[in-house]
Design a protein around this ligand. Sequence first.
Ligand code: ADP
Ligand code: G6P
Length: 474
Amino acid sequence: MPEMRQSSLVVVANRLPIDDGAAPDGACEWRRSPGGLVSALHPLLRHTPATWVGWAGGTGPAPAVPDVDGVRMHTVPLSGDDLRDHYEGFANATLWPLYHDSVEQPEHHRRWWEAYQRVNQRFAEATAQVAEPGAVVWVQDYHLQLVPGLLRTLRPDLRIGFFLHVPFPPPELFMQLPRRAELLRGMLGADLVGFQRAQAAHNFAQLVAKVLELPATDRRIAVDDRVVRIGAFPVSIDTAEMAALAARPDVADRARRLRHDLGSPEQVILSVDRMDYTKGIEQRLKAYSELLAAGHVKVRDTVLVQVAVPSRERVGQYQILRERVEREVGRINGEFGRVGEPAIHYLTQPFDRAELAALYRVADVMAVTPLRDGMNLVAKEYVAARVDDTGALLLSEFAGAAAELPQAYLVNPHDLEGLKQGLLSALRAGPEDVGARIRAMRSHLHRYDIRAWARSYLSALDDSGSLLTRLGAA
Ligand code: ADP
Ligand code: G6P
């Protein structure tokens, strides 16, 4: 057996940052997968000798995946049962809805918990193999909350970080989890537990004090003979990269072409989401439909482009959502569209970064209205892409991004009238107001970009500073 290559930085996430798709010639090709976690980490690791431990999608033996931009891909296999009970079950039908305010009902099954433990153990063992002595290991997200604890048992020499990309719920919701103590203990295996928002760190500290009876503040928790630090590290994007992409002449041309193909409307509204019930897609469609019905918005002047890439397609709640969204899009187009002039342009395809940038450039209003979202990188990507300082961002108060982008047109997506008013305000805003807001948001994102995020997290995690020195040189 060949000797396992080891790295000084190991990222552990449920998903590898790639999907297998068909290349134009029909061959199998690995390409970057959509989703916030991948978008956040991809630009950072490109410059660092690192290993990414994750699942390549599919079931059965782990496929060999080539390095991506110099990052080694170490695949962890999932069986059909693991896929059903760990990924679709405990991760995405128990934790995901519960962590997002229970906007859909979480389900609890003992078999799912067993699979969650088994898969977390497999990830911990794979990580222990590829981490060199004293390595920094950065575990990501809600699928792998037990990994820090399991890994500490296997490899006490490692420096272990854990970062949760999704919201961490208030105690009254988290307390519903039958295995709440084990989940908290798993996270406490890390040296640093990071969240998107200070409120989440506060929720975590309260729960640790209540459930595990450990002394906890919003910054530090004493566990055995160790101190675990906790804190907020709002994730960001590669702002400069998105701005450079959006400024490319071919992307600007593509945006002009798109506007023409959309019928040269006065205003384009864009939404880009994974097809997920947390994203508020149905509420947004309802608001848009009521504005059309009342004549506040006219199809010839204004079009809505809704990109909704299918996600977690075998989970019942996602299937139901897709059917409802598609029925509603059909109804709205049937009622308000004309031949060659649909009210909503509905697209379910994954796009490459240049096409996304062109879509952002064509959008006069970007509607990002999740019911709850850890951060929402789409909102940040849109701001970064508006290199000519135009464009109105309509943003939900319940997206993590709202804390950093108060200049957006903020709305409560649960309030239908408020949502309609917000959309109209964004559509009718004058260029000076729009310009001042987007400039302030762009300048914030140039300062707090993905590198600033990684720097602040990793400098808190790795006090020797050696990892940061290498990242800084990148
Ligand atoms: P989530 O993490 O819940 O999916 P985010 O908004 O934080 O939501 O991140 C979504 C990421 O996926 C963004 O980087 C966005 O550009 C990308 N993405 C969303 N839809 C598509 C699509 N149709 N094609 C390619 N990338 C997409
Ligand atoms: C969110 C989660 C990520 C996840 C992504 C895509 O961003 O925080 O952990 O990878 O959604 O979801 P998927 O189920 O396709 O991995």
